[in-house]
Design a protein around this ligand. Structure first.
Ligand code: SAM
Ligand code: SF4
Length: 383
């Protein structure tokens, strides 16, 4: 398929069983039961409203993210997929991913998700030792997570799992062992995130109070380097700063974002990028789940942001997203969006510093050595 024609659908399910102390995603805990059927009707309505604006699309990827979408009933996932198929065409090789927490309760639903049309799961394993999982506030043990991975392997053609590294007390030796163990359980894809201390999370407060010691910059850098080395040696090179895959097994949905293609976002706090009348619109919906629900019931959609992007904004976004990829960006596409080429002098300086390089197909990319300081490189190029 032509990557330029890729069209993704992102569905945000905002509920979790408990809130992990490091997480700043739009995720909420509800002690009373969520009225799932009512939420599903709202997703159907929002898909219909979005499809009325971008008609005739051929959906190449669908991603159920969260929150914890594995808490949904398979019949709800099925209803949302049916709504997408009612309003758009669905590519025969569509990739349908669902994020799952690796508890036994959720793994029991995997077959149901498969029957509903999900063909890829992404499991939040986070760590393979119980003390770390406890510190991360997770509700599962390492064994339970590995059992869920085994069920995913039996249930889906494709699966991936996430680990968080640069955790408190982590050493190079312990991470090396954990990563090698993880790779022995992985198939084609792994997401490996460095722990980020996000503002407004319990970890932020603990860290500020000196009660959560995380690896310093030098150790974090060494952990990053060893991650690249081990994954590459096992045939899982990084195709994005935190994502590793066997060539050809990349998450096609995330590539839609990073390559600057078009996608619709439905559900509380979902973002979209829609191409309408030759312009690109950035959309976002109400983040609070019940407020989103009421907005959709009143207006047919939950949009709170719906802005036409300028060429300059599109070009900056293209740089910001595209330079996260090992494949880099096509400078001609940047020029097309910005109405001017990249600043040659800045590119020249960054090249001489070893921060960026040109690939054999003429793309500009950040060098492996400078990936950890990606934000600074992008800021320099976009300035
Ligand atoms: C939207 S979360 C969802 C997955 C699922 N709810 C779960 O937790 O298993 C996606 C991933 O982001 C990563 N993540 C979330 N907060 C993070 C943080 N502060 N630092 C590093 N990684 C983080 C975790 O690995 C998590 O699996
Ligand atoms: S990490 Fe996952 S399970 Fe934990 S609060 Fe965030 S979205 Fe929910």
């Amino acid at each position: 398929m032509n990557a330029e024609q890729a069209f993704g659908l992102y569905v945000h399910w905002p509920f979790c069983l408990s809130k992990c102390p490091y997480c700043d995603f739009n995720s909420h805990v509800r002690h009373a039961a969520v009225d799932e059927a009512r939420f599903v009707r709202a997703y159907e309505a929002e898909i219909a409203a979005t499809a009325a604006r971008v008609r005739g699309r051929n959906v190449s990827t669908i991603f159920f993210g969260g929150g914890t979408p594995s808490l949904m009933q398979p019949s709800s996932v099925q209803a949302i997929l049916d709504a997408a198929a009612k309003h758009w065409t669905i590519a025969p090789d569509v990739e349908v991913t669902l994020e799952a927490n690796p508890t036994s309760v959720e793994a029991e639903r995997f077959k149901g998700f498969r029957t509903a049309g999900v063909n890829r799961v992404s499991l939040g394993v986070q760590a393979l030792d119980d003390a770390s999982l406890k510190e991360l506030g997770r509700l599962h043990t390492a064994q339970e997570a590995l059992d869920a991975v085994a069920i995913a392997r039996q249930s889906f053609d494709r699966y991936s799992f996430d680990l968080i590294y640069a955790r408190p007390q982590q050493t190079i030796a312990s991470w090396k062992a954990e990563l090698e163990r993880a790779i022995s359980e992985a198939a084609e894809h792994l997401s490996l995130y460095q722990l980020t201390i996000e503002p407004d999370t319990p970890f932020f407060g603990l860290h500020a109070a000196g009660k959560l010691a995380i690896p310093d910059n030098d150790l974090a850098r060494d952990l990053y380097d060893i991650t690249q080395e081990i994954c590459a040696a096992h045939g899982l090179p990084a195709y994005e700063i935190s994502n590793h895959a066997r060539p050809g097994a990349e998450c096609r949905h995330n590539l839609v974002y990073w390559r600057g293609n078009e996608y619709a976002g439905v559900g509380p706090g979902a973002h979209g990028r829609l191409d309408i009348g030759g312009a690109r619109y950035a959309t976002a919906t109400e983040k609070r789940p019940e407020a989103w629900l009421m907005r959709v019931e009143a207006n047919g959609h939950g949009l709170t942001i719906d802005e036409r992007l300028t060429g300059e904004e599109r070009a900056d976004e293209f740089l910001l997203m595209g330079l996260r990829l090992a494949e880099g960006i096509d400078p001609a596409r940047y020029e097309n969006l910005a109405g001017r080429p990249l600043d040659e002098k800045r590119v020249g300086i960054l090249k001489s510093e070893g921060a960026v390089e040109v690939t054999p197909r003429g793309h500009l990319r950040v060098t492996q050595a400078c990936f950890p300081v990606l934000d600074a490189v992008v800021a320099d190029l976009a300035a």
